[in-house]
Ligand binder design. Structure first.
Ligand code: NDP
Length: 324
């Protein structure tokens, strides 16, 4: 196994990772960034991004990620292909294995591995992804102004996104597989109070209809087995996200869904020198701009940590001797 030592290791290449890289590189910390399995992250599978500040005409998701990559590279970030496959945070410096072949000894680690939307797994869902099928109402709802849409899920995300869509769309069908919502009372209240949201209970999606774009859905009533078709132009999936944090499970405090816990108002995790940013630690906002914001925080926190480490001070935590 090959080995090297780095000051700042950034894992992940979404808005959080690249923003952390821009800040760390400009602070002369020589960051190394591994892009992971989906270089550019979730934004590479969206089309127009119209809510990222600074792009008055909007920008295509993949283009925005190329711009961020270029900006991170411009200041000297060492951007590499590769996937962190395991970590050992039990001693300092931290150890991260890349592609099971390369060991990095990292004086600080910024985790920005993101999250992945869960999908139903239908072939039509995959085929029409980005052509009317979306896992983000806040990102894509605007394209369905005045249209009829459907959203799958009964949790807080689905309820929140259904009420968001109800303000833009003509009609919102909410497809709930059981006879009750999992969402909190306040979110349920919002759903039931919106005149143009129709909850279809005990309903599952059989197929999304349309070749080039979404034209409708075929749904099944779980109690009777009856199938029927509904005309919609947009299909939103809101059945949860899964943070990409499995490899950190043995070391980092996480909530019950696997989101990394950070000290409020910071990017610090329970392990000193390990910082978390973006969707890997945020199940509430999950926006490119908030991910970028926390990436910035992580780089600044890492910079301060390294500076304190150099003079042997780490606030409130016994200092671990640095290896020469
Ligand atoms: P949840 O896991 O809470 O809910 C997922 C929903 O999708 C459930 O209703 C589930 O049904 C349904 N579902 C799962 N798989 C399928 C499937 N294959 N077909 C049809 N339906 C399916 O995920 P959320 O993203 O909604 O929320 C995640 C966490 O984030 C929660 O803790 C939530 O409270 C929190 N959150 C908080 C918000 C806020 O406070 N404003 C906003 C958004 C999220 P079933 O109930 O039958 O399992």
């Amino acid at each position: 196994m090959t080995q090297e030592t780095v000051n700042v290791l950034i894992i992940g290449s979404g808005p959080a990772g690249y923003t952390a890289a821009i800040y760390a590189a400009r602070a002369n910390l020589n960051p190394v960034l591994y892009q992971g399995g989906q270089p550019g992250g979730q934004l590479t599978i969206t089309t127009d991004v119209e809510n990222f500040p600074g792009y008055p005409e909007g920008v295509m998701g993949p283009q925005m990620m190329m711009d961020l990559q270029e900006q991170a590279a411009r200041f000297g970030t060492d951007i590499r292909n590769g996937m962190a496959t395991s970590v050992n945070f039990s001693s300092y410096p931290h150890r991260v294995i890349i592609d099971e072949a390369h060991e990095i000894e990292a004086k600080s680690v910024i985790i920005s591995t993101g999250a992945a939307a869960k999908w139903l797994g239908l072939p039509s869902e995959e085929r029409l992804n980005g052509k009317g099928v979306s896992a983000c109402a806040v990102c894509d709802g605007f394209f369905f102004r005045g249209a009829d849409v459907a959203i799958v899920g009964g949790g807080d995300t689905a309820a929140e996104e259904a009420s968001y869509l109800s303000k833009l769309c003509n009609k919102v069908y909410m497809l709930v597989r059981r006879d009750e919502l999992r969402a909190s009372a306040i979110m349920q209240h919002r759903v039931h109070n919106a005149k143009n949201i129709e909850v279809l209970w005990n309903t599952q999606t059989d197929e999304i209809l349309g070749q080039e774009e979404v034209e409708g859905i075929r749904v099944i009533d779980n109690t009777t087995g009856e199938k029927r078709e509904i005309s919609v132009q947009g299909f939103f999936v809101a059945i949860g996200h899964k943070p990409n944090t499995e490899i950190f499970e043995d070391y980092l405090d996480m909530d019950e869904n696997g989101y990394i816990k950070t000290v409020p108002g910071t990017s610090r995790t329970n392990i000193e020198g390990v910082f978390a940013s973006g969707d890997a630690q945020d199940h509430v906002y999950r926006q490119a701009v908030t991910a970028a914001g926390t990436g910035c925080m992580a780089a600044l926190d890492a910079e301060r940590f390294l500076a304190a480490k150099e003079v042997g001070i780490v606030e409130g935590i016994p200092t671990i001797a640095m290896k020469e």
